[in-house]
Design a protein around this ligand. Structure first.
Ligand code: AMP
Ligand code: MG
Length: 496
């Protein structure tokens, strides 16, 4: 298949498009074209995502480079920017929308439905407000790598096909260069899309949107019989449970999102909108990764509560459809049981416990307390504990603690709890639950600095490690070590 007909100036990527979000109608979006960027180049790409999209071998043609940077139209695409609203930092922010993300369309997909393809950083839209519609190289590499890292960890997320860059200047705190992330998800619909139509008392559109999302992504809500057959309440409950499960995964792996505004909450329970995120280095429950978050609203240990607060905003938005406040509140109830259940399940897996027992919660709380007291490196601790179960040598994990007696006391409880578990089985389970590689800030930073000098090998290397983060990757230990001192001086804010 020809990937580029240069003279026709429309690029056929080889994707099969199907009508999706655009069928909702004009009140949901504005059709527009991306704004070109000069002389683009490839910064990073994922062949795994390319395969999932059904792109042909050799998809990275010159035509694809131009099209995915927004410089040439994609055959069959119907680009648009969608409108949404939202609560930012706990305050109603009114209308927002895709200020720099342009949806190309939805692929036909095989089996599990289609995938939407967006260009993030592709120029101004009617929803850009004061923004320039651009994304900088730094944040685009972070979004690309973290999307794929989360997927590698088994955590629901939007995906990223590639990053393309241009030397065009973009002003942030300082001058940087522009980039575009091609990102991919079954849907990019956010809580904020629902809040938008509720706030504007546009009940027909609200219902249309809810019906669209239920029919495509939550069809079981029509038939569960939950809430006397109220499908909108069942939908709210299902979103709330997916969100609870997502948050359990974030907390277990030590992921801090950084900007959990309601417009950054996926209706499908995906991790979305990677900005000032961080994987914890030292375990500090109160860690704030977003330099702009002066009050710590989105501190690591606040995330589960914030998600619940955000679900209340969604419930409020869906109220006209649900029709009864008490039912809406009831639909959120299960968050309070699903989150702890899922979190304990994830932590049990990290501990290699193959079944559940009475003292497990104390064992989990005990270790988190120890880690917090000494600000032990979170990822290294869990990997070394796994290694200890595999080889019986406790010294490397013990060395992480100054309070040896405190750790030994916990380790004794841990060993007693494991007395009946076959060692190999427990070790395998732990090594498959405790990643060796996470996208630490300093690793991303090193890849970004090299990429700014046009050396993209660091991006590719990190991608390889993060795609399979539970594997040993011999020779890559430097990517699994403690962060250097300068890592704590990296400041990442909302401005990206
Ligand atoms: P965020 O919290 O980064 O997801 O962004 C919040 C809102 O601001 C969204 O509606 C974005 O589309 C918009 N936005 C962020 N950065 C820019 C930018 N550089 N240009 C235009 N809009 C932006
Ligand atoms: Mg956003």
């Amino acid at each position: 298949m020809s990937l580029l007909a240069e003279d026709s100036a429309v690029v056929d990527l080889g994707l099969r498009w199907t009508p999706g979000f655009s069928t909702l109608g004009p009140e949901f979006f504005t059709e527009l074209r991306p704004t070109p960027l000069p002389d683009p180049y490839w910064v990073g790409h994922s062949d795994t995502v390319a395969r999932e999209l059904g792109l042909p071998e050799g998809w990275r043609s010159e035509g694809a480079l131009q099209a995915l940077t927004g410089n040439l139209p994609v055959a069959g695409a119907r680009p648009l920017a969608s409108v949404y609203s939202g609560h930012q930092f706990g305050v109603w922010a009114g209308q927002l929308g895709d200020g720099r993300a342009i949806l190309l369309g939805e692929t036909a997909g095989e089996g599990q439905g289609g995938l939407e393809v967006q260009l993030k950083g592709a120029g101004r839209t009617p929803y850009s407000r004061m923004g320039d519609g651009r994304a900088v190289l730094r944040s685009s590499i972070r979004e690309f790598l973290c999307s794929e890292a989360m997927h590698g960890l088994g955590i629901p997320t939007t995906r990223a096909l590639c990053v393309t860059g241009s030397d065009a200047r973009v002003r942030r705190e300082e001058l940087e260069t522009a980039a575009v992330v091609t990102r991919v998800a079954p849907s990019f619909i956010r809580f904020g899309h629902f809040e938008h139509f509720a706030a504007n008392q546009h009940e027909d559109a609200l219902r249309k949107l809810a019906d669209y999302v239920i029919d495509r992504y939550y069809p079981a809500c029509r038939t569960t019989g939950r809430f006397n057959g109220n499908a909108y309440a069942a939908f709210l409950e299902a979103v709330s449970e997916r969100t609870a499960a997502l948050l359990a995964q974030w907390q277990a792996v030590g992921f801090c999102h950084g900007v959990m505004n309601t417009d950054n909450m996926s209706i499908l329970g995906l991790t979305i909108d990677y900005g000032p995120f961080q994987f914890l280095d030292a375990f500090d429950p109160r860690h704030i990764c977003n330099h702009s978050d002066t009050s710590g609203r989105y501190a690591f240990n606040q995330q589960p509560n914030v998600a619940y607060w955000n679900l209340f905003c969604l419930a409020q938005a869906l109220l006209p459809l649900i029709g009864d406040q008490e039912i809406a509140v009831a639909a959120l109830e299960s968050y309070k049981t699903v989150f702890p259940r899922e979190f304990e399940g994830r932590m049990r897996a990290k501990l290699g416990l193959l079944d559940s027992a009475d003292g497990d919660r104390a064992l989990i709380e005990g270790v988190l307390k120890l880690l917090a007291a000494e600000k032990v490196d979170y990822t290294i601790f869990w990997r070394r504990l796994s290694q200890h179960v595999a080889d019986g040598n406790a010294e490397p994990v013990r060395d992480l603690f100054l309070d040896r007696a405190g750790f030994d006391a916990w380790l004794l409880l841990f060993s007693e709890r494991h007395a009946q578990t076959p060692r190999q089985e427990a070790a395998d389970s732990m090594l498959g639950s405790n990643p060796k590689f996470v996208l630490r800030n300093h690793l991303g930073q090193q890849a970004i600095e090299a990429a700014a000098q046009k050396d993209f090998s660091g991006v590719a290397t990190l991608l390889t490690l993060l795609e399979t983060p539970f594997e040993e990757h011999p020779g890559a230990d430097a990517y699994a070590g403690f962060p250097p001192d300068w890592a704590s001086t990296i400041e990442i804010s909302c401005s990206s």
